[in-house]
Unconditional design. Structure first.
Length: 281
């Protein structure tokens, strides 16, 4: 994946999106802290038993300073007591079973994996509700700002949600009915909940900090388009690919994307399906 770049984009995590892991995205440092507790609770649940990845934007969140309110050690210990594994490693008598599956059993293993990932979506609301009782901070499948009466919405992963939210607030003051959604849970994908949130909008822009090269757009975009199509909604959807390699996405650019979404709603569509934002060619 040349050239070498250690700055923010989502191209590193997207290759793992179909591996059978649960994926959560933080929009700020407080969420990154909180979602670690949620991740362990999900991962260790006897009906899941899968890795959970908490994704946060490099440098934008990992190397910046933000206030964080931790939970007391006693509350953390109660929320995450010592794990009692379903299957223990016996160091004195090590053995391995079932590490190979032939064609007559392999698909059944993968069906079990599919069901375990999907159960994470069912269990997640109870986990975040329990965490809210000790932290005072409630999480859902996604963050949502002013979408209820919006005529256009922008959907995103990660810290850009905060930039878009600030821009949307400014445009609301101008009378533009725009809204923003920042997914917290990316895998399993919250299809029904997202469609319910979009029921009143007339156009959607999906922003991706990654791209599926040779495909039809960014990973989040293709998921959103599929969900909208399966729901029976007929909404125009545009993909904005942005911020690769850590390129900055400023407040004025967020305003421009939101205005573009509103223009698409008024026009009943967009002139292109995919736009690479700010590319210098």
């Amino acid at each position: 994946n040349a050239p070498l770049n250690i700055h923010c984009e989502h191209g590193d995590v997207m290759p793992e999106r179909d591996s059978g892991w649960v994926h959560l995205f933080a929009t700020n440092v407080q969420e990154a802290y909180d979602l670690i507790f949620v991740a362990f609770k999900l991962s260790e649940h006897p009906d899941i038993q899968l890795p959970v990845s908490v994704n946060l934007d490099a440098f934008i969140l990992s190397h910046s300073v933000e206030p964080v309110t931790p939970i007391p050690d006693e509350a953390a210990a109660k929320f995450l007591p010592p794990r009692e594994p379903l299957y223990e490693l016996d160091f004195d008598n090590p053995r391995t079973y079932g590490t190979m599956a032939l064609p007559d059993t392999y698909m059944e293993f993968k069906m079990q994996l599919k069901e375990a990932v999907e159960r994470a979506k069912e269990i997640y609301p109870d986990v975040v509700k329990e965490y809210a009782r000790i932290s005072g901070r409630r999480y859902s499948f996604f963050n949502s700002y002013m979408v209820e009466d919006a005529e256009a919405a922008v959907i995103v992963l990660g810290s850009t949600y905060g930039t878009l939210k600030a821009a949307a607030k400014k445009l609301r003051d101008e009378g533009l009915r725009v809204g923003v959604i920042g997914l917290t849970m990316f895998r399993p994908f919250p299809e029904e909940e997202l469609i319910k949130a979009l029921r009143n909008v007339k156009a959607v822009v999906v922003m991706d900090r990654a791209y599926s090269y040779g495909g039809l757009g960014g990973p989040l975009y293709t998921d959103v388009v599929a969900a909208i199509y399966r729901s029976g909604l007929r909404l125009p959807v545009k993909n904005v690919v942005y911020g690769l390699g850590g390129r900055d996405f400023r407040l004025d650019e967020a305003e421009a994307v939101l205005r573009m979404a509103v223009d698409g709603a008024k026009a009943g569509g967009f002139d292109t399906h995919v736009q690479w934002w700010g590319v210098r060619m």
